[in-house]
Structures are given as C-alpha cells and as structure tokens.
Design a protein around this ligand. Structure first.
Ligand code: UDP
Length: 314
C-alpha cells in the first residue's frame, strides 16, 4: 500500500509511520509542524518508501501518484493547544478533513479519521460506548476541538454515504508514550517531567477526576486492525483501566522513585475538564478482536527513558 498520514510527524502520527513502514508499505508523512516535530520522524528519514511533505492540510492537498489509504491525524491535540490555536484546530478538523476526504475520493483510497473521546464531552454515561451521543459545550474552550472532530465524523460518513468512499473512524482515548510533546501541558508529560526533576506533581482540582490511559503501541495495533476491517461506524480504542488523577500521580511517583509528593492546584488553564472518562471497548473486542495488552505501570516504564533522554538526564 501507499499510505498518506496527515499529522505524520506528531506523537501518534510518527508511531503510525513506523508501523506502516515496518509492514512493508510506502508512507508519506504530511505535517505543517505547528505542533508536530520532524525530530519524531528523523529516524525514518532515508528508509526506503518514506517521505515527508511539509504542508498545511487546510489548504488543497496535492499528492502525485496512487494512494491506497489516507490516515487523517493532523490536529492540535492538547487542551493548551486548543487555547492557543483555536482557529487552526477548527480548520484542520473541518477544512482539513474535507480536503483529505476529497483526496481519498479522487484516489480511490480508503480513509481513516482520527476522532477522539472528546466527542463525548463531559460524559453523563459511564463508561462511554460508541452509541453515546455525548455532552459537549460547543462554546467552551474545548469546543473548538470537540466540535471540529464531531463535524469531521459527520463529514466522513457523508463522503461514505454520498460518494462511496471507504471510511473508518477511530475514537481515541488518552494515549501516552515516547514522542509526546514535552510542553503540551497534558498530565502524562507534566507528571513524568516533574517526577524526573524531583518536583511535586501538580494535581489539578481535587484529583478525583478520572482518565483511562492507553500505551501508544496498543492504539497503533487497534488502528491497524480497524483500517483493515470492514467497520464504517466509529470504534473506541482505549484502555478501560480507569484511574483518578491522584492515583495516577502516586503511580508516577512510585515508578520514578520521586519522593516530592503532589501539590493540589486549581486548574487555571481551562474549564470544562471532563470529570470521568473510560472507554467501553466491547465493540473493538467484537469487530477487531482487539484489546489493550500493556498495563499502565509497564507502559510508564517504557516511556520514562525517552523523557529522561529529552531532559538530558542519564
Ligand atoms: N492534570 C493535572 N495536572 C497536570 C495536567 C493535567 O492534574 O499537570 C489533569 C487535568 O486537569 C485533567 C487530567 O489531568 O483532569 C487529564 O488532562 P490532560 O490535559 O492530560 O488531557 P485531557 O484528558 O483533559 O484531554
């Protein structure tokens, strides 16, 4: 296959590039580098079948030659990014998805949309199955991401229904691993960096809000299976193992041997922090025969060395 991955130099995009190359496919990574980083794909440069194109997919996308699949992963992806880049976030989910779908239609390529657990907003159903319609504040600070992704899902199914494009939608829950942006403000990079510096971990609010963290290799496997499946409607890919943020902080301190503890702070960055988030993965188990393999503690052990290296610690 010849595969285009938008957002190919981002955290998840770069892991996908690697997986598709390892499977013997040709990969074109496309990114405008506003939150992506070519350091994430530098190790792939020079591998046969790999190329990088710097381009903003909110503008018309031109790719010469055939394409068999398009994986649309371009988007700012952390709450502080949406605050800094609200219009780009809306544009890449809306215009970028439209352009990528248009390209899929023109090339006869299969299209896979990276959607998100954020389509469920601050959920009132727990855990969240794909059939849940969500509880989203359209005008809140997260609304730019949530609504862009909801629009993107609608557009993807419209291209499927009206133009017969073969489409897939993955709803991705919190994912962590090497190559997360150090300064993206999210809980995993924040806590790991604080712990490695011997600082207390900043727990926002009362720390009783929950997240369910999935290691990146599990996500990549789920996406690979979904692309090759026949499932057109959205599929949740996430790890149902749910932790409060306080429990998560304690685990990070344990795994890193940090004795500085935690400090509780109000979250001054962003409102509408979802109280609970946990994927219902019944569908992924049934249609993809997929379930996560990596326990949180094990995934943290694999991730921490990369952060150590980035911080110049041995
Ligand atoms: N959080 C925290 N301390 C931090 C960063 C985040 O307690 O230094 C909390 C945040 O308030 C939220 C959870 O961790 O409840 C996950 O936040 P993140 O920004 O990672 O992404 P989200 O899952 O909200 O999209």
């Amino acid at each position: 296959m010849r595969v285009l991955i938008t957002g190919g130099s981002g955290f998840i995009g770069s892991h996908l590039c690697e997986r598709f190359l390892d499977e013997g496919h040709e990969v074109i990574a496309m990114d405008n580098l506003i939150t992506g980083n070519t350091a994430n794909i530098a190790h792939l440069a020079g591998r046969s079948g790999f190329q990088f194109i710097r381009h903003d997919v909110t503008n018309y996308i031109f790719v010469p030659g055939k394409l068999d699949a398009i994986l649309h992963f371009a988007s700012p992806a952390s709450p502080i990014d949406y605050l800094e880049l609200p219009i780009q976030t809306l544009k890449v989910g809306a215009l970028g998805t439209h352009n990528a779908l248009g390209l899929a239609k023109a090339k006869g390529a299969r299209f896979l949309l990276a959607s998100t657990s954020e389509v469920y907003g601050d959920p009132q159903v727990h855990p969240q199955p794909e059939t849940y319609w969500g509880h989203v504040n359209p005008i809140g600070p997260r609304g730019v991401y949530d609504e862009a992704k909801r629009f993107a899902e609608a557009m993807t199914l419209a291209y499927h229904r009206s133009h017969g494009v073969e489409t897939r939608i993955v709803r991705i829950f919190n994912t962590y691993g090497a190559r997360m942006r150090l300064a993206d403000g999210r809980v995993v990079p924040n806590f790991i960096q604080q712990a490695l510096r011997g600082e207390p971990l900043t727990v926002y609010g009362d720390g009783q809000q929950t997240r369910s963290f999935q290691y990146v290799s599990d996500l990549v496997e789920g996406i690979y299976r979904l692309l090759h499946s026949a499932e057109v409607e959205p599929v949740n890919i996430g790890n149902p193992n749910e932790f409060t943020i306080r429990e998560f902080a304690e685990l990070v301190n344990k795994v890193t041997g940090n004795s500085a503890g935690i400090i509780v702070k109000p979250d001054l960055r962003i409102t509408d922090d979802p109280q609970n988030r946990q994927p219902d993965i019944t569908k992924a188990k049934q249609v993809l025969d997929w379930e996560p393999q990596v326990l949180l503690e094990e995934g943290l052990e694999r991730t921490i060395p990369w952060f150590r290296e980035q911080l110049g610690l041995k």
